[in-house]
Design a protein around this ligand. Sequence first.
Ligand code: COA
Length: 163
Amino acid sequence: MSENITITKVSYSKQRDRKVLQSCLKNWFSDPKALNLTDPRMSYPFRFEKWVKLSYSEGEKKTWVLRTNEWIVAYLSLSFVPEENRGHLFHLYVDREHRKRGYARKLIHQAESWAKDRNCTHLTLRVFSGNEPAIKLYNSLGFELLPRKEKNNLAMAKTLLDS
Ligand SMILES: CC(C)(COP(=O)(O)OP(=O)(O)OC[C@H]1O[C@@H](n2cnc3c(N)ncnc32)[C@H](O)[C@@H]1OP(=O)(O)O)[C@@H](O)C(=O)NCCC(=O)NCCS
């Protein structure tokens, strides 16, 4: 049976989305390593309220989920920084059993297209220096390392439009 893949925007301000996200994230982040790679500021056990407060309570945030046959299997957020014409990608996660199928790449393309529509000149992100799969993914999509002092926490950027 072929998989039906959809990408949709969700919002923490909508009660229905919030409920679905809470159960999905709780399930993914029952693995402390998964939580740490996705957001090193979070501590185990996963607390949904803290997750929302830390990352979604201020500024303009966009979140996309990728579903296969109605099930959420991947997640990505973007923080829009209008004064710098910049989109910052964060909280990229793909369900362990659905990796290496191009889902992270699809979500990043979606976020990139949103950022271009909003005239962002570049995208940025942070990644743990030991996270090879993520670094390979970002490199393959044209992200480049930025000079930074913190050794373990790398910063990457991709230019979208000439400023
Ligand atoms: C990193 C992560 C998001 C990749 O998701 P994914 O859906 O498996 O990635 P994709 O299938 O879109 O892979 C695209 C490219 O990324 C690279 N890549 C992805 N997983 C990889 C792995 N395990 N090893 C090496 N390269 C990998 C490859 O270049 C791949 O292209 P290819 O399949 O043509 O070789 C996923 O492993 C994950 O959720 N990890 C835990 C959370 C995390 O680390 N998030 C990122 C925080 S910065």
